[in-house]
Design a protein around this ligand. Structure first.
Ligand SMILES: NC(=O)c1ccc[n+]([C@@H]2O[C@H](COP(=O)([O-])OP(=O)(O)OC[C@H]3O[C@@H](n4cnc5c(N)ncnc54)[C@H](O)[C@@H]3O)[C@@H](O)[C@H]2O)c1
Ligand SMILES: O=C(O)[C@H](O)COP(=O)(O)O
Length: 526
């Protein structure tokens, strides 16, 4: 019989489901070394945010087939390490949406009316009606950063409370935002106009320290910030300083840079700050939802069935997957690349399946292209199972075309993304059946394998331009690994594709576009 280890508190409903197919051991509060010692006995591990599943634990889990996260965030799991070992990682993308949204709303009201401190004061025997005069939320501006599942529910309830809704989410269409009663604005405007700012975004390199001394300085002195998303999105020292100096009105935090929260100046800021111990998902209902959702997936995988919310393994039939595997990687890479070239919000993605890919069996490639396109917005939360739904929810129109007569390569894939900043296209094919090559960028023929860090320029084909760009990159200590120019006519427009060893330093793109002849430059991380 299979064995499942449950290492964080989960609802009994989940244990009951697991027990139908496995022996279940519930051992919470294990130290990393204790977990490493026993994990080798188990086929499945079920966790919440309390267990950090490191590469070391994954290496020690020699029998592990699946890690189930009873919740949304898988940032406590080394997903790449699990993927490398063929371990499926599943989560429950929607089971605690309402709970987290309601916690954020509770924070907004509690902060406005000083409920935690007023309550503590009465319990101390006081009757102080002056200190705790509050503010109404009615007709106030609520700035929602991240209009995904939780942000959308916060929007609908806040609207009913009479709040005016501003939203910032570069991956959501204006129409979708309007449907939810939100005015889509840029981040600066949101910071300037919001009376309340609530964060509902993943923690990514782009969102880390999004709220910092500089952005705090843009806010109203009465602004209140709510973070029920992830620790690390707010620079905690900058926030504490801003509250102390009266630069903002207050904050309510459920998540912290390091959890459990240790020694912190946040604790000493009185009634202008509310701190809860990562309680967003802690409702009876949410815990039943996530426990059932994830336990069912673990049960299915133990029974040899596919998982519905795998964050790292496609939920596709194994036979089709085997055949398309190299092309799936091609489609995902091209999707990620064209999304970054398009920048901002993509409204339409056209996927053209060419040559031998122009068959009905190739449909998963469209999904893989969408997964790549959405990676910048959703990171590991987008998978082959949810990519189409996520794209639909973001108002991205997907056009699929087929051209069996295209004969340049056995099979090639052409993606075109049209967004608020314009249209870009990329084409790619496999060389020797497995090596990905970019064969066209924005209509210019090239032939380069993609690399982790790339720079693309659109320029005029003229003498000296390559030298000037090389010297400029050299002066910023950027090492070029390879470079290729694609042009249609001599001395006409051209595209340059450079593979570079490291990410481009800040500010260099502006310098590149100042080089005479270079019209545009794009940096891409794959
Ligand atoms: N406190 C808790 O207990 C708790 C519970 C559940 C979820 N969460 C966290 O809440 C957050 C939101 O969860 P969700 O289920 O709504 O996720 P979601 O994926 O449905 O929505 C996230 C949204 O953020 C947007 N986004 C991505 N990068 C952005 C950026 N740089 N700027 C602005 N928007 C950006 C995406 O387009 C997406 O619409 C996650 O961090 C999740 O881990 C916390
Ligand atoms: O990502 C999540 O689902 C939340 O942060 C909830 O975490 P928890 O399961 O530890 O309460």
């Amino acid at each position: 019989m299979s064995k499942v280890l449950v290492s964080d508190p989960i609802d009994q409903a989940g244990i009951d489901i697991l027990s139908q197919v496995a022996t279940v051991d519930v051992k919470t509060g294990l130290k990393p070394a204790e977990l490493i010692e026993i994990i080798g006995e188990y086929d499945a591990l079920m966790i919440r945010s309390g267990t950090r599943v490191t590469q070391e634990i994954i290496e020690a889990g020699t029998q592990l087939k699946i890690i189930g996260r009873a919740g949304v965030g898988v940032d406590n799991v080394d997903v790449p390490a699990a993927t490398r070992k063929g371990i499926i990682v599943v989560n429950s993308p929607e089971g605690n949406t309402i709970a987290a949204a309601e916690h954020a709303l509770a924070m907004i009201l509690s902060l406005s009316r000083h409920i935690p401190d007023a309550n503590a004061s009465v319990k101390r025997g006081e009757w102080d009606r002056k200190t705790f005069v509050g503010a109404e939320v009615y007709k106030k501006n609520l700035g929602i950063v991240g209009l995904g599942k939780i942000g959308s529910h916060v929007a609908s309830v806040a609207k009913a409370m009479g709040m005016k809704l501003l939203a910032y989410d570069p991956f959501i269409s204006t129409e979708r935002a309007e449907q939810m009663g939100c005015q889509l604005v840029d981040l600066d405007l949101l910071f300037q106009q919001a009376d309340y700012i609530t964060l509902h975004i993943p923690k990514t390199p782009e969102t880390t320290n999004l709220i910092n001394a500089k952005t705090l300085a843009k806010m109203k002195p009465t602004a209140r910030i709510i973070n029920c998303a992830r620790g690390g999105i707010i620079d905690e020292s900058a926030l504490a300083a801003a509250i102390k100096e009266g630069k903002i009105g207050g904050a309510a935090l459920d998540v912290f840079d390091s959890e459990p929260l240790g020694e912190s100046e946040l604790r000493s800021l009185g009634k202008d700050i509310i701190l809860t111990p990562h309680l967003g998902a802690s409702t009876t209902e949410a815990q039943v939802n996530v426990a059932i959702d994830v336990a069912e997936q673990i049960r299915d995988v133990i029974l040899g069935l596919p998982a519905r919310s795998a964050v790292n393994i496609p939920g596709l039939g194994p036979d089709i997957l085997e055949e398309l595997k190299p092309y799936m990687q091609l489609a995902e890479t091209l999707g990620n690349l064209v999304g970054q070239l398009a920048g901002g919000r993509v409204e339409t993605l056209t996927v053209k399946l060419q040559g031998e890919l122009a068959t009905n069996k190739s449909q998963p490639l469209v999904v893989a292209a969408l997964k790549g396109l959405l990676y910048q917005a959703l990171r590991e939360r987008v998978n082959y199972v949810n990519a189409s739904i996520e794209a639909k929810e973001r108002g991205i129109r997907v056009i699929e075309t087929r051209d069996a007569s295209a004969r340049d390569y056995a099979g090639s894939l052409h993606l075109e993304a049209t967004g608020t900043l314009g249209t870009h296209s990329v084409t790619g094919a496999l060389l020797g059946d497995k090596e990905i090559h970019l064969t066209d960028v924005d209509g210019f023929p090239i032939n380069v394998p993609p690399s982790k860090y790339m720079l693309f320029t659109l320029h005029r084909d003229m003498p000296g331009i390559i030298g000037k760009l090389g010297s400029l990159l050299g002066s910023f200590n950027v090492n070029i690994a390879s470079m290729q120019v694609g042009r249609k006519i001599v001395r006409g427009d051209a595209v340059m594709a450079l593979s570079i060893d490291d990410p481009l330093p800040d500010g260099i793109l502006d310098e590149i576009t100042k080089v005479p002849g270079i019209r545009d430059a794009y940096t891409v991380t794959l």
